[in-house]
Ligand binder design. Structure first.
Ligand SMILES: [Zn+2]
Length: 495
């Protein structure tokens, strides 16, 4: 492995599927590069960054997805060797953290979610970009706290190198392995968002929902696996590299992936966007239907909320409960594929539309999913309605009855994940009362103001972490209607 590869600006990504498959749902064979077994490396990834600290901001990697009006982002370069039979990953990682917080920092915090499990995360080496070892770091629960050698001023950067081994836990989860797949979300150490005056935005898990917020960053990830039979599902189109694939994902909240020897890959397209679905073989037909829903939803949301910025979107069938949104990729529970029946009046259709919309309400427009989950989940659920209204208007009544009224919406829209101990009441409050709130808001202010507002909220929130305050402030720019009664009906006291 040549160390410079992770810094190279690569020529246009090679599509891994034949062009003829880009225009219709068609199964495609899993392809991996030729076998070439490599020994696990424990080397730190050398980089081109000068060893001084703090360094100047590096030139951001230019990617096709990256828009021009955002400041240099932190960069993650991650090199993985996957030993699938052992459920073990050997990882070298560099983080060039760019201080975009607006204030000087005297420490860095890394969130290491694998530390929630015993004997899963094994740190082998930790150093500055210079190669000098970092010795005075401490663990605080799942946080790795690193005092900086000197203050990190705004708009400067610091580089950290690390090597570690992950021994995945056996569990049906977005992080772990089962007999059918491995799933990798929140698998690498990352720097959480930092709010001036408030500090690092780090939340503990609740019994429901998701708890972590993410800054946007640029990712370059090389995943190698000596086993030819393992199919990788990733949030970007990969370029064959060595015994694996090299991926770039610009301005992303996270890099989430999956692998299985069983995946059947289906391909489709929405305009210029390649759509891929990694299915367990028994659900191929349902997978094609899900891809069709994504192909319908993506251009619809682009028209309403702005461009989808990536060349691809990947769906992965999950053998864990419900699913999970990520940037450029989402998981959907295999149960929804197994229950696929009578489209479009089926959960799979609705949820494919829902998860696709998270590419706006999660990926592009961030929020704190622990304290304000409604900001992405109510909007994503409402996008299901917009999908049915425009694509399958004959099924709108079914959607209201089965998706919303069946569970009886109740509770405060702005519940946090800590307000609920069970999934159904959480959904009834955040998702479903969220939907009825948005519907009443739309009826109150009218379609023009409502959709202008959503488009503006998406534009102003792009690459940021939005709050309820932002939501209502931007709303007020688009309507003078008195929404105080609506707010008091649906929201517990908002500051
Ligand atoms: Zn959702």
């Amino acid at each position: 492995m040549q160390p410079a590869i992770l810094r190279r600006i690569l020529i246009p990504i090679i599509l891994l599927i034949p062009g003829s498959l880009l225009f219709a749902c068609t199964s495609m064979p899993a392809t991996n590069p030729p076998a070439q077994v490599n020994v696990p490396t424990a080397q730190i990834i050398p980089t081109n960054t000068p060893p001084s600290l703090p360094t100047r901001i590096p030139s951001p990697t230019v990617t096709p997805e990256q828009v021009e009006d955002i400041p240099p982002l932190s960069q993650y370069h991650i090199e993985v060797l996957l030993d699938y039979p052992a459920q073990r990953l050997y990882i070298d990682q560099s983080i060039v953290y760019v201080n975009n917080t607006g204030s000087a920092l005297n420490e860095l915090v890394l969130i290491v979610e694998p530390l929630r499990y015993e004997r899963v995360f094994d740190l082998q080496a930790l150093s500055w970009g210079s190669g000098a070892a970092i010795e005075n770091y401490t663990y605080n629960e799942t946080m790795l706290e690193i005092p900086l050698l000197e203050m990190l001023d705004p708009d400067t950067s610091v580089e950290i190198l690390m090597s570690y081994i992950l021994d995945l836990p056996s569990q049906q989860s977005y992080f772990g392995y089962t007999g059918r797949q491995i799933n990798l979300a929140d698998w690498y150490p990352f720097v959480p968002p930092h709010r001036p005056g408030e500090g690092w935005l780090v939340s503990e898990p609740g019994l429901v929902g998701e708890h972590l917020a993410y800054d946007v960053a640029d990712y370059e990830v090389l995943i190698r696996t000596p086993d030819l039979n393992i199919v990788l599902a990733a949030p970007a189109l990969g370029e064959p590299w060595d015994t694996g694939f090299f991926y770039r994902l610009g301005a992303a909240r996270s890099f989430v992936w999956s692998a299985s020897p069983e995946y059947v890959i289906l391909g489709s397209a929405a305009g210029e966007t390649t759509l891929l679905s990694y299915m367990l073989p028994e659900h191929r037909i349902a997978g094609e239907a899900a891809l069709q829903s994504i192909a319908q939803a993506l251009p619809l949301y682009e028209g309403l909320f702005g461009e989808y910025p990536r060349p691809s979107l990947t769906l992965v069938e999950a053998d864990f409960y419900d699913g999970l949104e990520a940037d450029g990729l989402f998981f959907l529970d295999q149960a929804y594929f197994g229950l696929y029946f009578d489209p479009p009046r089926t959960y799979l259709t609705a949820l494919a539309a829902h998860e696709t919309s998270h590419q706006w309400w999660y990926s592009q427009v961030g929020n704190d999913p622990a304290l304000e989950p409604w900001l992405d989940e109510a909007l994503a659920t409402y996008c299901e309605l917009l999908f049915y209204e425009r694509i399958y208007p004959e099924a709108v009544d079914w959607w209201w009855q089965v998706r919303v009224e069946r569970l009886t919406p109740s509770g405060w829209v702005n519940s946090s994940i800590y307000d609920h101990s069970e999934f159904d009441p959480y959904v009834a409050a955040v998702y479903l009362r969220g939907v009825t709130f948005l519907q009443e808001l739309r009826e109150l202010i009218g379609d023009n103001a409502f959709f202008d507002f959503l488009r503006d909220y998406a534009a102003q929130g792009r690459h940021r972490i939005m709050t309820a305050r932002d939501f209502f402030t931007i709303l007020a720019d688009h309507s003078q209607a008195d929404i105080s009664q609506l707010r008091s009906e649906y929201f517990s006291v908002l500051e």
